[in-house]
Ligand binder design. Structure first.
Ligand code: SF4
Length: 383
């Protein structure tokens, strides 16, 4: 089973109810950004640059919960910024769980050990840890040594405490997919429950554009990625993967994953900003949806990201006969996750010491190991 049964049941009931009510546009996942402040300055992140002038602003818990209730999406992805530096992240998560929302808390993992006591394990709650490769690559992407090791210590602590954990990886032009397979083996060995993978998007706010792929490059990369990575518990739908491989067309359904942040409802999507609406209703009614998507707006030309296209097979107009069965089979049959051999993972970059904020390996309370232990670890890996 790829997702907890409660999520599948709630999501199916929610979609059927909305379709029976004749609703044309309804959201599946709320992208909730309680704040934009972050402890890192990753090269590929547009948020800290785009919202530089309002980086100190944050939503209250009541505003966050109000947004979830206003739009009604059954899943809330708490992102940002770094949500674990949001002062009331524990209370926010509890309030959303009390309202039967399924939560992905997207984090860079640096504060997981420190903040773990604010959460309780729940089958509707995932820590979703962003990792772009093994130690050397990841620390280079986030521009700080020691981040990979601390995130791994956070994952270990969360798994030991009984939490569900997934990982999220952005694929860039230079991403070595063999290294991603190595990463997935490593994480599978730690008990990580599932993996998300998405092509990077060239935000206008990001200076370094040559790291991002064209549409054709994304399709080529994901044909290879699917062949290499399908044995793992990938948490993207098979229809979205078909799309990423260039094997079917989908229309953008950005309204399926609306974004709410301190400036309001961000339109048209998580990636591009043309407006901020005061209410969800205004966001849905006033955004000129017909102007966005591949072939309509040049900024959308090389976008194949999950926030625009993952909900499309269910919500968009491109569904095919057999999609329902394909989705059901995918949900029931998770990746095989069989380690075939073991290798040692040596620290291949960085000095293992966090810098700048006192949250490097071994500095947080409640951890399960030290950076040195990671040097000696023997990890399962497939050939
Ligand atoms: S295609 Fe991508 S960038 Fe364009 S509106 Fe959809 S999600 Fe946003």
């Amino acid at each position: 089973m790829r997702f907890p049964m409660t999520l599948t049941r709630r999501m199916t009931g929610y979609i059927i109810k909305n379709k029976m009510m004749g609703k044309e546009k309804f959201p599946l996942v709320l992208m909730l950004e309680p704040l934009h402040a972050c402890n890192l300055t990753c090269t590929g992140c547009g948020r800290i640059r785009e919202y530089k002038s309002t980086i100190d602003e944050m939503l209250s818990v009541e505003e966050c919960v109000g947004a979830a209730e206003e739009c009604g999406a059954p899943v809330v992805s708490i992102c940002g910024g770094e949500p674990l530096i949001y002062p009331e992240i524990g209370r926010l998560t509890k309030e959303l769980l009390d309202r039967k929302r399924h939560i992905y808390l997207c984090t860079n993992g640096m504060f997981m050990r420190k903040k773990l006591h604010e959460f309780r394990p729940n089958s509707s709650f995932f820590f979703n840890v962003h990792l772009d490769g093994m130690e050397k690559t990841h620390d280079m992407c986030v521009e700080r040594d020691g981040v990979f090791r601390e995130a791994i210590e956070g994952i270990k602590a969360a798994k030991a405490a009984g939490f569900l954990v997934s990982s999220n990886t952005t694929v860039y032009k230079e991403t070595d997919l063999n290294e991603i397979a190595e990463l997935y083996d490593f994480l599978t060995g730690l008990g990580v429950d599932g993996f998300m993978l998405s092509p990077g998007y060239s935000y206008s706010a990001v200076q370094t554009r040559d790291m991002f792929m064209s549409r054709e490059e994304i399709q080529e990369k994901f044909r290879l990625a699917c062949a290499l990575l399908e044995r793992y518990n990938l948490m993207m739908s098979p229809i979205y993967l078909d799309y990423l491989r260039g094997e079917r067309e989908l229309m953008c359904t950005a309204w399926g994953n609306p974004t709410f942040n301190p400036r309001g409802w961000k339109g048209p999507c998580y990636l591009m900003t043309d407006s901020h609406s005061k209410s969800y209703q205004e966001f849905i009614e006033k955004t000129p949806w017909e102007k966005y998507g591949y072939g309509r707006d040049p900024r959308c030309h090389d976008c194949m990201v999950h926030v625009g296209y993952e909900p499309s097979a269910v919500l968009g107009g491109n569904s095919k006969l057999g999609d329902g069965w394909k989705l059901l089979k995918w949900q029931m049959v998770a990746g095989t996750r069989k380690p075939l051999r073991t290798v040692s993972i040596h620290p291949s970059g960085g000095n293992g010491n966090g810098n700048g904020n006192g949250h490097g390996p071994g500095s947080s309370a409640g951890g399960t190991g030290s950076g040195k232990d990671a040097d000696r670890e023997v990890l399962p890996i497939l050939q």
